[in-house]
Write a protein that binds this ligand. Structure first.
Ligand code: ZN
Ligand code: ZN
Length: 213
């Protein structure tokens, strides 16, 4: 439904040409449905100004109670609405493109960084020290991020066998909010979910490694 704005904008422009009367009625039916649908979509996304704009447009275009404005005025409305839809489409299109890009960029996980260092959020400036993975011969510190509140913390693991993980012997509990992130008995693993800023939830994070073991 991403392209419905552009298709409707083109349909409105075709109304400037001499078309059979039924065509205008059809376009008004379609416009009312699409405007209503958009009003609902923006209401759900909490974009109230756009929601109200589309309710007004749906009322203006509805074919049941004709608003006698004359052909000239309707032509102006058609052009204005088509322009508005095109601009809105372009704004949303490039915003989505930007989001896709920043998500691709924002894919730090504990599996693709190493050692210990600091994480900086490029969106809000939050900076914090993190341990990703530090190990001795029979034990290691494993970096974790609470999936609920975003706090970074470490989990200690010991093993009787050189350079291996021992079994998980207790729940991994967030020291900040108490959420259980891994359960006792779960297979021991590093967290592979993308890291996010604890403050603003952005994934645009940078990692600066300071130590490695
Ligand atoms: Zn942030
Ligand atoms: Zn937490």
């Amino acid at each position: 439904m991403k392209w419905n704005k552009i298709i409707l904008a083109i349909a409105l422009i075709t109304c400037l040409m001499h078309m059979p009367y039924g065509y205008y009625i059809l376009i008004r039916y379609i416009s009312t449905v699409i405007f209503g649908f958009m009003a609902y979509k923006y209401y759900k996304n909490k974009k109230n100004e756009l929601c109200i704009t589309f309710i007004i447009l749906a009322l203006l275009f509805q074919p049941f109670v004709k608003i006698p404005l004359g052909r000239k005025i309707w032509n102006i409305i058609d052009v204005a609405v088509a322009t508005f839809l095109t601009i809105l489409f372009l704004i949303e299109y490039f915003k989505n493109k930007k989001n896709e890009y920043s998500q691709k960029k924002g894919n730090l996980t504990f599996c693709n960084i190493h050692g210990a260092g600091s994480i900086t959020c490029t969106d809000c400036g939050m900076q914090t020290e993190v341990t990703v993975f530090m190990h001795g011969p029979y034990s290691c510190e494993i970096g974790r991020q609470c999936q609920s509140c975003g706090t970074f913390f470490t989990e200690h693991n010991e093993s009787k066998i050189y350079h291996t993980f021992g079994p998980q012997t207790k729940n991994t509990v967030c020291p900040q909010c108490g959420t259980i992130n891994f359960r006792n008995g779960e297979l021991y693993k590093r967290q592979d979910t993308p890291l996010f800023c604890p403050k603003c939830k952005s994934r645009n994070l940078q990692y600066q490694m300071e130590f490695i073991s």
